[in-house]
Design a protein around this ligand. Structure first.
Ligand SMILES: Nc1ncnc2c1ncn2[C@@H]1O[C@H](COP(=O)(O)OP(=O)(O)OP(=O)(O)O)[C@@H](O)[C@H]1O
Ligand SMILES: [Mg+2]
Length: 280
């Protein structure tokens, strides 16, 4: 057995059976140390979410397995919390209540009521949401909802934080802001993180290593890039930094030269015209 905190060993995943079977993942091997920030990047449909879902215990691997802190993962658990691109807050609960639901479940044995309340408030404060405790999800912006989702995930103190394109649905400014906050929180808490992204800058800025996946079917890990930029990292200063730009080019080269998306044989149907934005 390896000494690594998280270890993905020979994972394969096939969906369906017989002639319909689709082999999505093949020979996925990855070890992650405690406190490491890993980004997974690869073309759409290659199997990134499938990898994360196997680590989360939401999907069973067809072969191989995942070991976290010495234990095999075979179902979802509070030691792995997942944040998706689109927030998954319960619409009838307030910001506070959405986080409380998770904390009351996971921390019921370790904290009393007052301690849980303090913990919920602390985590919401960490993501800058203390001002909106009593708002419902429909009353706050997309970026705010993602913050609450991150607070909820952090409040469970998972061994691994699994982020599936957490900033994917946000505008560029909000995204940059949240990336900076995640870096700050990461510097404080030293979480172990696996984050899927399509954004090359985001991957280089946030990670210690970038795992680059080959195209499917039977996708696997093509290359792993070590990002040795010192922390804390500043996006403005890095924009001109030759080392930063070298890493960026390496990822782009992998995605657009080595793993160029093969053109589909059939012509895609014509795109629907974009819907007009509604006038207020
Ligand atoms: N539950 C499922 N049943 C059958 N096929 C699935 C299932 N989940 C995923 N797939 C297939 O597995 C492949 C990989 O899907 P996955 O969602 O992991 O890709 P991805 O890399 O996360 O893509 P994207 O970047 O678009 O989110 C796709 O071909 C998808 O259709
Ligand atoms: Mg995905």
């Amino acid at each position: 057995m390896s000494n690594h905190y998280l270890s993905i060993e020979n994972v394969q995943k096939t969906f369906g059976r017989g002639p319909e079977a689709l082999n999505v993942l093949k020979d996925i091997n990855l070890t992650v140390d405690r406190g490491e920030y890993i980004a997974i990047i690869g073309h759409s449909g290659c199997g990134k979410s499938t990898v994360l879902n196997v680590v989360a215990g939401l999907l069973d691997a067809s072969a191989g397995g995942v070991i976290l802190d010495g234990k095999e993962v075979n179902q979802p658990g509070p030691d792995r919390s997942l944040v998706f691109q689109n927030h998954s807050l319960l619409p009838w609960l307030t910001v506070y209540e959405n986080v409380a639901l998770a904390v009351n479940k996971v921390c019921a044995k370790t904290m009393n009521k007052a301690e849980r309340k303090e913990w919920i408030l602390k985590n919401l404060d960490m993501v800058g949401m203390s001002h909106a405790l009593d708002q419902l999800p429909t009353q706050i912006s997309g970026g705010m909802k993602q913050r609450v989702g991150i607070a909820r995930a952090l409040a469970m103190e998972p061994k691994v934080l699994l982020l599936d394109e957490p900033f994917g649905a946000l505008d560029a400014l909000t995204r940059a802001h949240l990336q900076d906050e995640v870096m700050r929180i990461q510097a404080d808490l030293n979480n172990t993180v696996m984050m899927i992204t399509h954004d090359v800058d985001e991957a280089v800025l946030l990670s210690d290593r970038i795992v680059m996946m080959t195209n499917g079917p039977s996708a696997t890990i093509g290359e792993i890039l070590d990002i040795k930029l010192p922390r804390p990292r500043d996006r403005i200063a890095l924009a001109e930094d030759p080392e930063y730009n070298h890493y960026r080019r390496e990822v782009l080269r992998f995605l657009h030269e080595k793993q160029r998306k093969v053109k589909p044989l059939q012509k895609a149907p014509p795109a629907e015209p974009a819907r007009q934005a509604q006038q207020a």
